[in-house]
Design a protein around this ligand. Structure first.
Ligand code: ASP
Ligand code: MG
Length: 411
């Protein structure tokens, strides 16, 4: 007998039929002797609709009211899923984030969980009811309703699985798991059977849209086993957990890509201590999350600094770079929003040389120019032209044999 936390959201709760299917699946799991806790997020694209409504009524939206509005989407879905369960003869109880015991800080629209007091969730389980918890929400220390941010329901589910000591947290979506590449870009992409927390984190940080990055961070910190799977086929999906030291790790597990960043270059920067510190401090003060940074040291006492920032922050970041460039006598700042990043991720990279060489040769043979490179122990990323990124993902997927089950080509 297991205790499972299952999260459903978006397309998997988009229609009454989907909700009835979820109810049937819960009934079946309970017949097998398992206890189930549900976490649900808003139906279909309801969160986007609510955001659109808010910007239609006002130019500026106070955070407190936004959170009250957005969390209504989750609340509606929990009540409906509960009704579907009752209809199948499964006792159930809907709970808002606050009722489920999620205490957060006071940062509206992106609140952090401070503490979870899941008494009502535990009582429902003990009394044979299925708790249906509204995702991505809580109550702040000021007793206001708070929203955990986009994709926050994954975090709700993982955090709840942790405090309840659940055997696993199942994140249901419209695809059958985590893939070796985005299947829309590489139709030959395969579902990955298992990934380590570190690999999953690197993937979400480099463009893999699901699960939400924060939820993977919580899962890694609390050692919650995750199972990402389909609510349409119910087939086994991708397991995310501890790296198994007795098993050989895949050298390359996946190719990810991301077109959400832009590049800024400050040329002819005087090569002296403190300048990089000043530039990146000013960007940090604007809350700009800088990703890749490249600096070339030249013989004649000047250097070029290039870095990437989220495209939405390109304007502000360019202004910061321009004013610093003027102060220190650097050259004209350039910016470029037509870049993309392609990344290889694999835990086995740590112990296998040659992965970078194979990656660069493969891109070179395809005529794709590399503009920037960065690495971690289990990731290699290259910035390329945005127009080249689909080709880059595809040739790398082939070069590392990711379309073949269990295959990992030695570099
Ligand atoms: N419904 C919210 C969103 O779309 C929260 C979630 O799905 O996790 O961001
Ligand atoms: Mg969602």
């Amino acid at each position: 007998m297991a205790l499972l936390v299952q999260k459903f959201g978006g397309t998997s709760v988009a229609t009454p039929e989907r909700m009835r299917e979820i109810a049937e699946q819960v009934r079946f799991r309970r017949l097998q002797g398992d206890d189930v806790v549900l976490v649900v997020s808003a139906m279909g694209s309801e969160t986007d609709e609510l955001l659109r409504l808010a910007s239609a009524v006002a130019d500026r939206q106070p955070g407190r009211e936004m959170d009250m509005l957005i969390t209504a989407g989750e609340r509606k879905a929990t009540a409906l899923v509960c009704m579907a369960l009752h209809d199948r003869g499964v006792p159930a109880e809907s709970l808002t984030g606050s009722q489920a015991g999620f205490i957060t800080d006071t940062t509206h629209q992106n609140a952090r969980i401070l503490e979870i007091r899941p008494e009502r969730v535990r009582a429902a389980i003990a009394e044979g009811r299925v708790p249906v918890v509204a995702g991505s929400q809580g109550v702040s220390s000021d007793r206001d309703v708070t929203f955990l941010g986009r994709g926050g329901s994954d975090t709700t589910a993982v955090a709840l699985a942790h405090v309840l000591g659940a055997d696993a947290c199942e994140l249901y979506t419209d695809v059958s798991g985590v893939f070796t590449a985005d299947p829309r870009v590489v139709p030959r992409a395969r579902r990955i059977e298992r990934l380590s927390y570190d690999e999953m984190l690197e993937m979400t940080a480099t463009g893999c849209p699901k699960p939400a990055m924060r939820s993977v961070e919580v899962a890694r910190a609390r050692r919650v086993r995750l199972h990402v799977r389909s609510a349409f086929t119910w087939e086994p999906g991708t397991w995310i957990g501890e790296e198994d030291p007795t098993m050989e790790q895949a050298i390359v597990s996946a190719v990810t890509h991301d077109t959400s960043e832009a590049k800024i270059t400050v040329p002819n920067v005087p090569d002296r201590p403190g300048i990089a510190g000043t530039l990146f401090r000013r960007l940090a003060e604007l809350d700009v999350n800088v990703d890749m940074i490249v600096q070339n040291v030249s013989a004649d006492g000047v250097t070029d600094i290039s870095f990437t920032v989220p495209r939405g922050q390109l304007g502000d970041s360019t202004s910061v770079a321009q004013s610093l460039a003027a102060e220190i006598g650097a050259g004209a700042v350039t910016s470029d929003a037509t870049i993309a990043r392609v990344s290889l991720i694999g835990a086995g990279m740590k112990t296998n040389p040659g992965v970078a060489a194979t990656m660069f040769e493969t891109l070179g043979a395809a005529g794709i120019n590399i503009e920037m490179i960065s690495t971690s122990a289990i990731r290699i990323s290259c910035v390329v032209r945005e127009a080249d990124v689909v080709g880059a993902v595809s040739v790398l997927h082939d070069a590392f044999g990711l379309d073949r089950a269990g295959a990992t080509v030695r570099p």
